[in-house]
Design a protein around this ligand. Structure first.
Ligand code: ZN
Length: 886
């Protein structure tokens, strides 16, 4: 089946054109008779004219490639040919009173490879409706501000689908003829159709009972492929923690009798928050020590919490239109980040989140795909599920909270829940609650949603030894982005500390403390283009530790000497800036090396830096996961982003390699001693402290092996052979994969044979090989696309192999032959015929092509043009290609 009709690109949708619907839907009764290739759906909509709409307007329902069988209005049959096309159902003169529209459609879930609407994953019927998948099930006003009460009857063959689930509470089950049965579900909470879900299949499950703070008993269940039930316990634990946390921190209780999660293996995104029935990519549910890494566990904890938190921020209060996507996503990402910070180390969580923001969102903001957190216009909404909407959206909430303070933040949230419960809201609605709770005009702050681009904040300091004062000057500048040449200054919270030469914290004393926040927490607001702050009673010239905890989502430009950075690395009481100092030092060295290598000179190295790094690693006791973060040098992508223009990925790769090799050689003994000391015989536990020790130990091995290939390879092989958990096994295999020895191929082969029945582990095997930084890798990846285990219709597999090659192997993707670009462009075209969203995501790897040095830039552009010239293109892929070239 073709993925999308190949009609002309859809015309852009504009925020400014929003108007309410002319009709409202009060209730929806759905009746599904599941069948692998001919599922029948009867939809009965109770409609009425919207008082806020245009009286007497025609009723136009959305459809997506639908096959209608019959339709009736108030039980009078309609002439299908006159009212319905696959993409629309139009009633020219609907009654101007409540009326009932009934439509029957037929679907083929088995041939639905784009995984929107109703489809089958490993024989299980499941749905994905966000953003516009519901119209692929039946005709509907498919937009988030139409909220209705859904009742769903699902009928199927008993042996094929003993489990039948939908949103809300179970009402009734029974037999419906020989070998068939049905279940009826009713969701009392009005919701938009993007939150509709249905599952039918032969699944195993685990269950628990949860009692809410007010005493409501909730049955929790997680459904998985049969035989994998024992891998769902960590997800269940995470769910229970998340439910407690939301009660404790936000006062939000769960509101139905059951909460169901279903894990499926074919899923384009991470997971979906359908009311009472979350559907997950199984990589965010399944984990035991032998199959999942510590990072997998951490992801499971955060994604399970994220989808659960949507019950209030997303479901009870939803978005008025898709431009407001950040209203639910930015807020919910912020909530899940805070949850994970409370479960683990707050410092490490912050570092992890900022790493992700810089890796995914900063390049987006600096390239042709840059867009506002709340876009003004879109052609394909699926392409706006971006790092900008999610991660930058979360940073905006964090900044809001820092600016108005904890109490006003929570008072504002309480107001938001009270005032907009059961409604479809906007960013303005949301901000109005905080304006009220804080008594502050948030008009300037709202610009964070309306301006693309990452602000740059310049910092300079001057010490007056006579007056014993230190003057800190801050100024901001936002570079132009596509369609936005002029930018207004943004209000931002900058958290500041001063460190003395002895490493001690200098108390912040000002002439006129401007408000309680600044006195108490060291948070200063930069509201206009610039600001100068004078600190008194500063005994010696300090080093300013600026933007602690990454309080503002900006790029900081601060001239610190190497000695300043070493001081911060050793003494900053703010762990984020301690880590940042190490990153900045390493970045500076590697950027210098990159230039040297391009000029045919020797790369730079600093013994002082390496020794300071070793000191930091050896002081791991209080937070080993933090020490592991210190050990992880900036990535090649980090360096490319910091260099910004005329980027030469090969020189960057060599510069980074030189630093790693140098550190590994110089610190051989200390790294090895630490590696041995961190060895543990305790049984595996995924808790943060144990995971931190494993992360640090594997980081030591990785650096050691970089400087000592032969010995490193032997140690890694021994670890690989004896590892009792996937974290250590993958840690060792990852080290081996970077050493071109026969051992590597044997270990990869062995790993494959040991785990070939485990798709989630085989994904790791694909990714590891796709990221080997060697000239042969493209040939290897091409070979891997031909093996039986590779399937272009499985999103996880495509991301694991092609996505990893394009995004995490900059050396090979950007090879001077241009073959890497051509390969990824071809694969995107191939994927487009199967799943356009997957294709569009693959092509986003080109988002920074304009920053490349001239030759590579040309080759990347050619590859993009080739995509655009293809004869058949989905709107998703066309949109990305056009904007990337735009
Ligand atoms: Zn979400």
């Amino acid at each position: 089946m073709s993925a999308h009709s190949d009609s002309a690109a859809p015309s852009p949708v504009r925020l400014a054109d929003y108007r309410p619907t002319d009709y409202l839907i009060d209730t929806v009764d759905l009746d599904f008779r599941l069948d692998a290739t001919a599922t029948r759906v009867v939809s009965r909509l109770r409609l009425r004219p919207n008082p806020a709409g245009r009286a007497g307007a025609p009723l136009v329902l959305d459809g997506g490639d639908l096959k209608p069988l019959r339709a009736s209005l108030d039980n009078l049959p309609l002439d299908l040919a006159a009212v319905a096309t696959p993409h629309r159902l139009t009633i020219a003169n609907p009654p101007q009173r409540p009326f009932t529209l009934e439509v029957e459609t037929e679907l083929d879930p088995s041939s639905n490879t784009q995984l929107e609407g109703l489809y089958r994953s490993n024989g299980t019927f499941c749905t994905q409706c966000e953003a516009e998948g519901f119209r692929r099930i039946t005709y509907y006003l498919d937009r988030p501000d139409v909220m209705a009460v859904f009742t769903t009857r699902v009928e199927a063959a008993k042996d094929e689908a003993p489990i039948l689930l939908s949103n809300g509470n179970p009402v009734e089950t029974g037999s419906s003829g020989p070998g068939r049965h049905y279940a009826i579900w009713h969701d009392p909470h009005p919701k938009p159709c993007y939150l509709f879900a249905l599952v039918g299949g032969d699944l195993g499950w685990i269950e628990e009972e949860f009692t809410t703070g007010s005493g409501r008993k909730v049955k929790l269940a997680i459904y998985v492929e049969k035989g994998k039930e024992h891998r769902a316990h960590y997800a269940m634990e995470s769910l229970i923690h998340a439910m407690r946390w939301d009660e404790f921190v936000y006062g939000r209780e769960y509101d139905l009798d059951v909460f169901n999660i279903v894990a499926v293996s074919d899923f384009t995104m991470g997971a979906m928050e359908n009311k009472g029935l979350n559907i997950f990519n199984d990589k965010y549910i399944l984990a035991i020590a032998e199959t999942a890494t510590d990072a997998d566990y951490a992801h499971i904890e955060s994604v399970v919490a994220h989808e659960y938190f949507h019950n209030w921020t997303g479901n009870r209060i939803t978005c008025r239109d898709w431009f407001q996507l950040c209203l639910k996503e930015g807020l919910t990402v912020y909530r899940d980040q805070e949850f994970s910070g409370d479960q683990r180390s707050r410092a490490v969580q912050r570092i992890t989140d900022v790493r992700a923001l810089r890796a995914a969102q900063f390049p987006e903001d600096a390239g042709p795909l840059a867009h506002n957190v709340r876009p003004d216009t879109y052609r394909e909404i699926n392409n706006f599920y971006t790092a900008t909407v999610y991660e930058k959206g979360a940073e905006i909430i964090r900044m809001l909270r820092a600016l108005i303070g904890h109490d006003a933040y929570h008072a504002g949230m309480a107001l938001y829940f009270e005032r907009f419960d059961g409604k479809a809201a906007t960013i303005e609605d949301f901000l109005s609650c905080f304006a009220e709770s804080s008594g502050r005009d948030l008009g300037d702050f709202a610009q964070w949603y309306a301006q693309a681009g990452t602000p740059r904040v310049k910092v300079s300091g001057a010490y007056d030894s006579e007056a014993k004062t230190y003057q800190l000057s801050l100024s901001q500048h936002i570079p132009p982005t596509p369609g936005q040449a002029e930018k207004k200054p943004l209000p931002m919270p900058i958290r500041i500390g001063l460190i003395g030469r002895d490493g001690g914290e200098i108390p912040l004393v000002q002439d006129h403390a401007q408000n309680w926040r600044e006195e108490k927490f060291g948070v200063f607001e930069l509201a206009g283009p610039e600001r100068t702050i004078v600190f008194k009673n500063v005994p010696t010239p300090p080093v300013a530790s600026v933007n602690r905890r990454f309080s503002a989502a900006v790029i900081l430009e601060q001239q610190l000497s190497e000695d300043d950075l070493l001081l911060l690395m050793a003494h900053d009481s703010d762990p984020f800036n301690k880590w940042q100092a190490a990153q900045s030092f390493a970045t500076r060295l590697m950027i210098r090396s990159t230039a040297a290598i391009r000029a045919g000179e020797m790369p730079a190295f600093s013994e002082k830096f390496a020794l300071a790094l070793a000191d930091a690693l050896e002081h791991y006791e209080t937070d080993p996961a933090f020490a592991a973060q210190m050990a992880a040098l900036p990535t090649e992508n980090d360096l490319a982003r910091d260099i910004g223009t005329d980027v030469d990925p090969e020189a960057i790769f060599l510069a980074r390699k030189a630093l790693r090799d140098g550190v590994g050689q110089l610190l051989s003994h200390r790294l090895l001693a630490l590696y041995d000391k961190l060895q543990s015989d305790a049984p595996y536990s995924p808790d943060a402290a144990s995971a931190g020790r494993r992360a640090l130990r594997n980081a030591c091995l990785d650096l050691y092996a970089a400087g000592n290939h032969a010995d490193g390879s032997e140690i890694a092989l021994a670890q690989f052979q004896h590892a009792t958990n996937m974290t250590d096994k993958m840690g060792a295999l990852s080290v081996l994969s970077r050493l071109p020895t026969p051992t590597r191929e044997k270990a990869l082969e062995f790993f494959y044979r040991a785990h070939c029945d485990e798709p989630l582990i085989i994904d790791k095997w694909f990714s590891l090989q796709a990221t080997i930084p060697e000239p042969d890798t493209l040939a290897r990846v091409k070979r891997l696309t031909k093996v039986h285990a590779f399937n272009i219709a499985t999103p996880n597999r495509v991301y694991a192999l092609i996505g990893a090659f394009a995004n995490a192997n900059p050396l090979c993707f950007n090879d001077l032959s241009g073959d890497g670009y051509q390969f990824v462009a071809d694969l995107a075209l191939q994927a487009d015929g199967v799943n356009p969203q997957v294709a569009a995501r693959l092509l986003s790897a080109f988002r920074s092509w304009r920053n490349l040095e001239a030759r590579r830039g040309e080759l990347a552009e050619q590859a993009l043009r080739k995509v655009l010239d293809a004869s058949k293109l989905s709107p998703d892929l066309r949109d990305i290609a056009q904007r990337a070239l735009g």
